[in-house]
Design a protein around this ligand. Structure first.
Ligand code: FES
Length: 149
């Protein structure tokens, strides 16, 4: 995916039961976040595998936000706990590879927390801007490749 304005590209994997609804609510409330965020709806963050995260980085993401239900509130019991473990594993992998672990983060929010979701997105984008482009982008043979997960 191209990023003509050199702003960081953030992929936000949002659980359909909580953060995706919060993103919808943010739209209804006319809360704004920058256009360089791509929200991908997932049935549960527990569906996300480490490979999905690495593929997103390879395809041009500068950072990844995984937004799941509140702890104890996952509709699949412990999907968000599995996701937290996988995000932790990915952070460790990035760190041990000499990359910044801050490029991926997990948050837990409810469907009513539109403002916190927007704040987390803006905070993550500020972090990514400070870090600069992801070195994993250069591994992408096609700069115009689309992110398909
Ligand atoms: Fe939302 Fe599992 S259903 S994180």
């Amino acid at each position: 995916m191209s990023n003509e304005n050199s702003e960081p590209l953030l992929i936000a994997f949002c659980c359909q039961y909580c953060s995706y609804s919060a993103a919808d609510l943010a739209g209804s409330m006319r809360l704004q976040y920058p256009p360089n965020v791509r929200i991908i709806r997932t049935p549960c963050t527990g569906r996300l595998e480490v490979e999905f995260f690495m593929k997103a980085f390879e395809k041009g993401a500068d950072g990844i936000l995984v937004a799941g239900c509140l702890e104890g509130g996952c509709h699949f019991t412990e999907g968000n706990l599995l996701a937290r473990g996988r995000v932790g594993y990915t952070r460790k992998f990035l760190s041990e590879s000499g990359l910044e672990e801050e490029r991926i983060r997990m948050i837990n929010i409810s469907a009513a927390q539109a403002r916190p979701l927007v704040d987390y997105i803006n905070e993550m984008l500020a972090t990514l801007k400070n870090l600069g482009p992801s070195p994993l982008k250069s591994m992408n043979p096609s700069k115009n490749a689309e992110i398909r997960i």
